[in-house]
Design a protein around this ligand. Structure first.
Ligand SMILES: Cc1cc2nc3c(=O)[nH]c(=O)nc-3n(C[C@H](O)[C@H](O)[C@H](O)COP(=O)(O)OP(=O)(O)OC[C@H]3O[C@@H](n4cnc5c(N)ncnc54)[C@H](O)[C@@H]3O)c2cc1C
Length: 416
């Protein structure tokens, strides 16, 4: 008879589910991972791949510092090098943004990052093809960088397989088994699979999986685009070129195969309803240069990188991010359904967060506690906000979070 048991079942083989499955298996758990499509075929395969550790709160920044440390540990375990530690620049071209850069510098220092303020002329040495004559302030974090998300997923999958994880590819989870009101497994077209713990790591679809157990997750699927230029005959982009963020122009950039990848957190993004899309929709998501998102992206990129213009040969990619009302992910269980954990809503940062998220999920599931401060990311933190049962309110809050992600000018007292 086929074995349909496990200690933990993970729904979703993206960065979050894979990292969690790996960490659980390394701690001796029998883990099965289900994906409705190919492994890592969701937002993980669409991500730009920037890793920036500096976030708006010291605890989130510390978690990302830990993420980079775990990533390096996984690289050593797998005998591969994925992380390009090029350093990252933040640039500012208005007095308000310059104050923000100085605030970020203090925030980074307080969280233990080796971040430094930098003159625009020095920033030009890091990205020689970047326009700097309008810059008022910059800061540089030498331990930031980038990687290619499909390669990270491949490493998770290989290490997880070696640790005994079983994968069920192209096998959508169609229902959760909830004997006595607690998680007991999942059902797919192939039958029932039992486990004492189920981890919902199904990315932008997580809200739909959570609905099987009547645990509402206030998330919104939001579209996101970037392009990668073909190598330019006159503009060299070596792989060690630093990454950058220009919050005023709402763009970020990194090197990619001799070209330059630029993405945008635009002001009026596309909103999606995952229930209405074919499961593989994201895998082919692109846009033409006259799509409103692309027009702004190319215009803003051209301002900062003058070699870029409308006729620049480029590959355009899009994908769907999962946003929450406060910009923090949703990690953990609801009291009402013991044994069902959620791990989603990474608001555009799930790749860089995934190494530490896996450790957090494993600790939470196996130890009932976690060495990291989970206060701001607990999955059930919105339970006492009845207004968030209204999808329209959730959508408005999540859109505001997305807008503010680059739109808000972050300042505050010197952090401790
Ligand atoms: C265009 C773009 C650029 C990005 N750039 C960056 C970046 O530079 N840095 C960064 O850190 N993050 C970035 N992100 C965000 C990052 O990609 C996500 O936060 C991360 O991939 C989320 O991983 P996940 O495992 O939660 O979800 P996903 O990777 O989407 O995985 C969820 C999986 O669940 C599966 N699934 C869904 N429903 C079911 C079901 N019923 N049964 C079985 N399986 C199911 C899906 O098929 C999917 O494979 C970007 C995202 C996009 C879209």
């Amino acid at each position: 008879m086929l074995d349909h048991t496990a200690d933990v079942i993970v729904v979703g083989a993206g960065a979050a589910g894979l990292s969690s499955a790996l960490q659980l298996a390394l701690r001796g758990q029998k883990v099965r991972v289900f994906d409705q499509g190919a492994l890592a075929s969701g937002s993980t395969s669409r991500a730009s791949g920037l890793l920036g550790q500096l976030r708006g709160t010291p605890e989130a920044t510390r978690a990302l510092v830990e993420s980079v440390r775990i990533l390096k540990e996984l690289e050593a375990r797998g005998g591969v090098k994925l992380y390009g530690q090029t350093g990252s620049l933040r640039v500012a071209n208005t007095p308000e943004r310059a104050a923000e850069v100085r605030y970020h510098y203090k925030l980074g220092r307080a969280a233990g990052l080796d971040i430094e303020l930098m003159e625009p002329a020095d920033a030009a040495r890091i990205i020689p093809f970047m326009r700097t004559d309008d810059l008022l302030a910059c800061c540089f974090c030498p331990t930031d960088g980038y990687l290619d998300p499909p390669n990270l997923a491949a490493l998770y999958i290989r290490l997880a397989r070696e640790a005994g994880v079983e994968f069920h590819e192209h096998e959508p989870v169609e229902a959760l088994l909830l004997p006595g009101g607690r998680a007991g497994g999942v059902r797919s077209a192939q039958g029932k699979y039992t486990a004492g713990v189920v981890l919902n790591a199904s990315g932008p679809w997580a809200k739909l999986v959570a609905e099987y157990a009547d645990t509402p997750l206030p998330t919104l699927p939001i579209g996101h685009y970037y392009f990668t230029t073909a190598p330019h005959p006159a503009v060299s982009v070596p792989p060690e070129t630093g990454t950058m963020r220009d919050r005023e122009l709402r763009i970020y950039a990194r090197p990619k195969d001799g070209g330059w990848r630029v993405g945008i957190y635009e002001t009026a993004p596309e909103i999606f309803d995952m229930a209405q899309l074919p499961p593989a929709y994201m895998s082919t998501m692109t846009a033409s240069k006259d799509h409103p998102s692309l027009r702004t992206l190319i215009e803003n990129a051209a301002h900062r990188f003058p070699f870029i213009h409308l006729d620049t040969p480029m590959e355009i990619k899009g994908g769907i991010m999962s946003f929450t009302p406060d910009g923090h992910p949703l990690v953990g269980a609801f009291d009402a359904v013991p044994g069902l954990y959620h791990c989603t809503g990474f608001c555009g940062h799930g790749i860089m967060q995934s190494p530490v998220i896996g450790v957090m999920a494993a600790e939470l599931i196996l130890d009932g506690t976690c060495r990291f401060d989970l206060g701001r990311i607990e999955a059930d933190r919105f339970t006492d906000f009845p207004e968030l049962r209204d999808p329209a309110v959730v959508a408005e809050r999540c859109k505001a979070t997305h807008w503010g992600y680059y739109g808000t000018i972050e300042t505050g007292p010197a952090p401790v």
